[in-house]
Unconditional design. Structure first.
Length: 282
């Protein structure tokens, strides 16, 4: 069984547009150990085929066919004469901005790379083709992510980050958030959050997410949800990428767990205490 870490975007600036309608980003991205999916792969000889079962508390709406990124990742790399059964237990909610599908695909790519001794360059190519967040999820750790997501720079991180991650009952569609961002004229975020102790040297003294105003258009209840999270945590909260999750950095693991417990008692809120790594990614 493989633990599949979530992806957390701690700061995000939109720096321009790219061919194909994509947006160029400059973002600080870390892996965080909760919420986490669980993936089991069972390899079988015979026809080159992928079979998947998806279950768990966040499985609603997650397909098990070849529209699932993890299934597509397996098809892209499986050699002739090999099949695989994927058992995917979903805990990372969809539409939260935590890269659940991308993280699952990345875990499959890493497992196939190890099983069949595949060229890392091929893994990178397939990851970029699958989705903008898949390359950084393959590498894990702490990265500066630029371009569509394919330009990655490992960063020497600051002290460990103990976090609470909270998700409301609603999600945000990434395409809808970017459409709203464009319709608003491409605003630069004005709400900033002070960098946690020891992290100003990693990314700067204040962090922001340029997609926050657009996400609030897509999900009008988002600002109220952020207020609830901040009231419980007592510190400013960060929007997770283009999703509906908010994360707050707490002084230690016990404080993060206490906040997660308190938030989890609110109607329609799911919350986890997690920790981000202190090492750069691969």
């Amino acid at each position: 069984m493989i633990r599949v870490d979530a992806k957390l975007t701690l700061a995000l600036r939109v720096t321009g547009t790219l061919p194909g309608g994509y947006h160029a980003l400059d973002a600080l991205v870390v892996a965080v150990d909760a919420p986490a999916d669980r993936l089991t792969l069972e390899f079988t000889p015979g026809p080159r085929a992928v079979h998947a079962v998806v279950h768990g508390p966040a499985a609603v709406g997650v397909p098990a066919d070849d529209t699932n990124l993890a299934v597509r990742a397996a098809y892209d790399l499986l050699p002739v004469g090999a099949g695989v059964h994927l058992d995917l237990e979903k805990h990372i909610p969809s539409g939260a901005g935590l890269g659940g599908g991308s993280s699952d695909a990345a875990a499959v790519l890493r497992a196939l790379r190890a099983r069949f001794d595949l060229d890392p360059g091929r893994i990178d190519t397939v990851a970029a083709a699958l989705g903008s967040d898949v390359p950084v999820c393959v590498r894990g750790g702490v990265h500066r992510m630029e371009g569509r997501g394919e330009v990655l720079t490992p960063l020497d991180a600051g002290p460990p980050l103990d976090l609470v991650i909270a998700v409301p009952a609603f999600g945000c569609s990434t395409p809808a958030v970017y459409r709203a961002y464009d319709s608003l004229g491409g605003p630069t975020a004005t709400r900033t959050v002070p960098a946690p102790p020891g992290w100003a040297e990693v990314w700067g003294p204040t962090w922001a997410n340029d997609l926050e105003a657009a996400a609030e258009v897509v999900a009008p209840g988002l600002a109220h949800f952020r207020d609830r999270v901040e009231a419980v945590c007592g510190v400013p909260a960060l929007l997770a990428g283009s999703g509906s999750a908010y994360a707050a950095v707490l002084p230690d693991a016990a404080a993060a767990q206490d906040a997660a417990d308190a938030l989890g008692r609110l109607d329609g809120v799911r919350a986890w205490a997690g920790r981000a790594p202190v090492t750069p990614g691969a």
